[in-house]
Ligand binder design. Structure first.
Ligand code: LMR
Length: 400
C-alpha cells in the first residue's frame, strides 16, 4: 500500500540547507535559510540565552507539562513586548496570547481557527511572500489568494496594486501583513503607507493578520519594529499577530513564538483563547517549555533585557555592514552600469536580488552559493570576507 506514495519534492527553503551540506566544495556559501551567522559563518547562541539557561539550571526547574496555552510568564512578556506594556488592549485584557511552535506553529493554529470560525473566508498573501505561508493555509484548508506587493520594475513596493487588490478582496478577508522586514523582499511600507493600508482594511471590514518574525531585527529597535502592529491596534481593530523568537533571540530550534488575537472586549478575548486551546490540544497537547522559560527570563528581567537589546543591535549591525559591502563590491565590479542601490533600500535579513530561477541555479551550480530559487539571499549568512566572491557570482549569473 505504501508503494503508491509518491516522493515529495524538497522544501524550497529548508531543502537548500540539505543540498548545501552535501556539497564538498570549500568555497560553498549557504545563503538559503534565514539564520544568523557570525563573521566566521558560525551559528551564534546569544550570551543572554546562555545566562538564562544557567539560571534555569541553578533553579532546578522541573519538566512538568505546561498548560495548553503555554507558560503564563512567557505569554505576558511576549504580548507586552509586541504591543507595549501600557497599551490599552493589554491593560484591558483584550489580547488572547497562546504560546506557539514559533512563527509557523502560531500561523498554523490561526489557520485552524479561521477554518473553524470563519469558514470560506479568504487569506490574502503578498506576492511574493514567505513560501511556507501557502503550505500553512493549504493544509489548514483556508482558501488564499495574493495581493500585488513587489514591483520588479522599481524593485520596490507596488503600493497602488496592493491597495487595489486589498480593496477588491471579498469583505471580511484576512490580510496577511509582514510586521517588519518583509520576507523575502526586504521592502516595507512607509508609515504613511501603513496608515493607508489600515484605512482600506477598515473600510472593507477585513481582519489584519500580522506575521512578526523579525521584531528588533529590522531596525535594531524593538518598538520601531512593532509600530505597524501598534498603529492598527490603536485604531481599535480586531487582529491576529503570529510572533517568532527564532531570529531576534536566535532560538530557531526551540520553536518558540506566540499567537496573539486582539478582540474588541476582554470577554471575547477569553472565549477566543478557550477555542484556541481546544484547537491546540488535539494537534500537540501543549507547547515545549525550554524556549518559553528562556524568553520569560530574558524579556522579563530588566538587566538581561538590556543586554539582549545590545546583542540584537550587534546582529542587525553586522547584517547592515555586509549589505553595504555587497553593494560596494557589486558597484565596483559591475561594468554594465546596473544600479545596485536597491540592495541598500531593502531591510532585514534578506536581499531580494532579482535573479531568476536559471540565474539562481547558476549561482549554486557554478559558484556553490546556495539560495532560494526566487532570488532571495540571506545576508545573515554572509561575511564581509565573502562579499567580493558573492559579487562575482551575482554579476556572472546576471549577465550570462
Ligand atoms: C526563512 O524564511 O528562511 C526562515 O523563516 C526559515 C524557515 O522556516 O523557512
Amino acid at each position: 500500500r505504501f508503494e503508491s506514495i509518491p516522493m515529495a519534492p524538497p522544501d524550497p527553503i529548508l531543502g537548500v540547507s540539505e543540498a548545501f551540506k552535501a556539497d564538498t566544495n570549500s568555497a560553498k556559501l549557504n545563503l538559503g535559510v534565514g539564520a544568523y551567522r557570525t563573521e566566521e559563518l558560525q551559528p551564534y547562541v546569544l550570551n543572554v540565552v546562555k545566562k538564562a539557561e544557567t539560571l534555569m539550571l541553578e533553579r532546578g526547574e522541573n519538566k512538568e507539562y505546561l498548560p495548553i496555552e503555554g507558560l503564563a510568564a512567557f505569554n505576558k512578556v511576549t504580548a507586552e513586548l509586541l504591543f507595549g506594556a501600557d497599551n490599552p488592549v493589554v491593560q484591558q485584557g483584550k489580547v488572547a496570547t497562546i504560546q506557539g511552535l514559533s512563527g509557523t506553529g502560531s500561523l498554523r493554529l490561526a489557520g485552524a481557527f479561521i477554518e473553524r470560525y470563519f469558514p470560506g473566508a479568504k487569506v490574502l498573501l503578498s506576492s511574493p511572500s514567505w513560501g511556507n505561508h501557502k503550505n500553512i493555509f493549504n493544509d489548514s484548508r483556508v482558501p488564499w489568494s495574493e495581493y500585488r506587493y513587489y514591483d520588479p520594475k522599481t524593485v520596490g513596493l507596488d503600493f497602488d496594486g496592493m491597495i487595489s487588490d486589498i480593496k477588491d478582496a471579498p469583505e471580511g478577508s484576512f490580510i496577511l501583513l509582514h510586521g517588519c522586514a518583509h520576507n523575502p523582499t526586504g521592502i516595507d511600507p512607509t508609515p504613511e503607507q501603513w496608515e493607508k493600508i489600515a484605512d482600506v482594511i477598515q473600510e472593507k471590514n477585513h481582519i489584519p493578520f500580522f506575521d512578526v518574525a523579525y521584531q528588533g531585527f529590522a531596525s535594531g529597535s524593538l518598538d520601531a519594529d512593532a509600530s505597524s502592529v501598534r498603529l492598527f491596534t490603536a485604531r481599535g481593530m480586531e487582529l491576529f499577530v503570529a510572533q517568532s523568537y527564532s531570529k531576534n533571540l536566535g532560538l530557531y530550534a526551540e520553536r518558540i513564538g506566540a499567537l496573539n488575537v486582539v478582540s474588541s472586549s476582554a470577554d471575547a478575548a477569553a472565549r477566543v483563547k478557550s477555542q484556541l486551546k481546544r484547537l491546540a490540544r488535539p494537534m500537540y497537547s501543549n507547547p515545549p517549555i525550554h524556549g518559553a522559560r528562556i524568553v520569560a527570563n530574558v524579556v522579563g528581567d530588566p538587566v538581561l533585557f538590556n543586554e539582549w537589546k545590545e546583542e540584537m543591535e550587534l546582529m542587525a549591525g553586522r547584517i547592515k555592514n555586509v549589505r553595504q559591502k555587497l553593494f560596494d563590491s557589486l558597484s565596483a565590479k559591475d561594468k554594465s552600469g546596473k544600479d545596485w542601490s536597491f540592495i541598500l533600500r531593502q531591510i532585514g535579513m534578506f536581499s531580494f536580488t532579482g535573479l531568476n530561477k536559471a540565474q539562481s541555479d547558476n549561482m549554486t551550480d557554478k559558484w556553490h552559493v546556495y539560495m532560494t530559487k526566487d532570488g532571495r539571499i540571506s545576508l545573515a549568512g554572509l561575511s564581509l570576507a565573502k562579499c567580493e566572491y558573492l559579487a562575482d557570482a551575482i554579476i556572472d549569473s546576471f549577465h550570462n
